[in-house]
Design a binder for this molecule. Structure first.
Ligand code: HEM
Length: 500
């Protein structure tokens, strides 16, 4: 009897623990990060700001200690493959009136901005929201993506002149096309290709030609690998010891510096002027007649490759992917491009080189390009840090917190784009609603290569649709969303010359 009472007592104790203490403990852990930051915030302002208005953090949840909501983000992006539900869940839980949420991601208390107005507010206030790269040396201390204020404006002027002016785009269009035409021929010879791999090769060959007049060689293969290491390091935690991605990236960055510096010195020694990006950056002068230093030229070439290589590859891959799934769109695109080719003296199946001035005439092609870039969401978010406490619609963004401008959420929101996940170039018959198209960011740091990216996608689409046809081998392949969206099989496809 006593033994039975003892057993019942033990059971009651365990049940009490299971249904009482364990949930309480879980709840405490679940809210502890938020409670910690909210308490620190409340202590700092003791309820009121300097103007007597009660200060509040944006609504949200800050996840579990140390990890914050990083696991939840990885779950939505990597496992569930429903990236938009990460923000969707916040909208359902806290409403979307503020367009901002507090969270804790990638090791830092953070604010997510995810409405047209909130994104614009952050992107257009560079004095309040600065840049903070975990390892600035990897992108380059004097690179346009790292410097701020007047140094940024000066460098940006140089870069826009080198890659975004109509005359530069005209030259670039001539330089890149022979490589594109040759690459498509080899794809057809192979018969089946992994589009992501082949597009990466041709994009890199073009970058080497445009930026430093280098032809493919064992050295450019090495440069390609070093850039791969650099990108891996930029995405990894910045631990610098042997074996880590960050350590490997630093080593590769030094090798890239050495190669580009050697080329630059060689050009200076014999006063060789080349019609490429390095040549352009070496020659340009600012209003005071000052040229860029060697370090600035090298840092900016490296950061332009970082910004333009993977992004262009992915944009082209998605264009090819969507066209394979949208025969009606492809037929219309082909019609426009064959007409363009014929108007220049080509035949129905032979594309001629197009020029930058042809592009405004290719109206449907431009819609396909825009729709591809909208759906690709190559940069799902951009990063800033609050330089000071910033007030926004009654909420405070505390100094030192990371600010993530969630560009992706605008392009997949049915309030702004009807049936947003369907590929429909015709939606561009009308311009997007104001502020809802931020694929290239916004404000003073809006993508400096946006016209170059559009040009490169247009050029490859022209030669593809006039001369070739292709089918996806796995049309239902799963999509990976990190680090960038792409089909898991890299868009493997059968590829051949157009039969008619
Ligand atoms: C479809 C392709 C591309 C996409 C989606 C894209 C997207 C973006 C975005 C969202 C930003 C803003 C970053 C921020 O605010 O922090 C940006 C900046 C930038 N992009 Fe692109 N980009 C693309 C292609 C390119 C290309 C081809 C180049 C040049 C080769 C390039 C060069 C740059 C540079 C230099 C910046 C920094 C501008 C500054 O800080 O002033 N991008 N890009």
């Amino acid at each position: 009897m006593v033994a039975m009472e003892g057993a019942v007592g033990a059971w009651a104790w365990w049940l009490g623990l299971l249904f009482g203490a364990v949930p309480l403990l879980c709840l405490a852990v679940w809210h502890s990060t938020g409670a910690w930051y909210c308490a620190a915030f409340a202590l700092k302002y003791r309820g009121h700001g300097s103007n007597g208005i009660r200060r509040r953090l944006p609504p949200g949840h800050m996840g579990v200690p140390f990890l914050g909501e990083t696991l939840s983000l990885l779950w939505y992006f990597k496992l569930a493959r429903r990236p938009d539900d990460f923000i969707g869940a916040k909208k359902s839980a806290y409403g979307s009136a503020a367009g901002m949420y507090r969270t804790h991601l990638f090791g830092s208390p953070s604010i997510i901005a995810c409405s047209p107005a909130a994104n614009k507010f952050v992107l257009q206030s560079p004095e309040s929201f600065g840049i903070r790269w975990p390892v600035p040396e990897l992108v380059g201390i004097t690179s346009v993506v790292n410097v701020e204020g007047s140094s940024h404006a000066r460098l940006r002027g140089f870069i826009l002149a080198a890659i975004n002016r109509p005359s530069s785009l005209q030259t670039i269009a001539t330089v890149v096309q022979p490589r594109v035409v040759a690459a498509l021929r080899t794809w057809a010879d192979k018969g089946t290709i992994v589009a992501a791999t082949e597009i990466k090769k041709v994009t890199f060959a073009n970058i080497c030609k445009m930026f430093i007049s280098m032809e493919p060689s064992p050295l450019t293969d090495k440069i390609d690998r070093w850039f791969g290491d650099l990108l891996d390091g930029l995405r990894a935690y910045p631990f610098d010891f042997p074996g880590t991605a960050s350590h490997g990236a630093r080593k590769s960055r030094r090798k890239l510096d050495a190669i580009f510096r050697e080329e630059l010195e060689a050009r200076k020694k014999v006063d060789r002027q080349c019609d490429d990006l390095m040549g352009g950056l070496m020659q340009m002068k600012d209003e005071q007649g000052k040229k860029l230093s060697n370090e600035e030229v090298v840092d900016n070439i490296v950061s332009l490759v970082i910004a333009g290589y993977e992004s262009t590859t992915i944009a082209i891959m998605w264009a090819v992917y969507h066209l394979a799934k949208s025969p009606v769109v492809l037929a219309k695109l082909r019609e426009e491009n064959i007409a363009m080719s014929k108007s220049k003296g080509g035949s129905t199946s032979t594309s001629l080189m197009i020029t930058h001035t042809d592009i405004p005439k290719m109206k449907y092609t431009a819609k396909v390009v825009e729709e591809t870039i909208r759906m690709a969401n190559i940069a799902p978010m951009v990063h800033r840090v609050a330089n000071r406490d910033v007030e926004y619609r009654g909420y405070t963004i505390p100094k030192g917190w990371a600010v993530l401008v969630w560009l992706r959420s605008l392009h997949t929101d049915p309030n702004y784009y009807e049936d947003p996940l369907s590929f429909n170039p015709n939606r561009w018959d009308e311009p997007a609603k104001a502020g809802t198209y931020q694929v290239f960011g916004g404000g003073p740091r809006v993508c400096a290569g946006n016209m170059l990216a559009r040009l490169q996608v247009t050029i490859i689409l022209h030669h593809l649709c006039v001369g070739y046809e292709w089918e996806l081998l796995n049309p239902d392949a799963e999509i990976n969303y990190l680090p960038h969206p792409r089909p898991a099989d890299g868009a493997a496809m059968a590829f051949r010359k157009l039969s008619t």
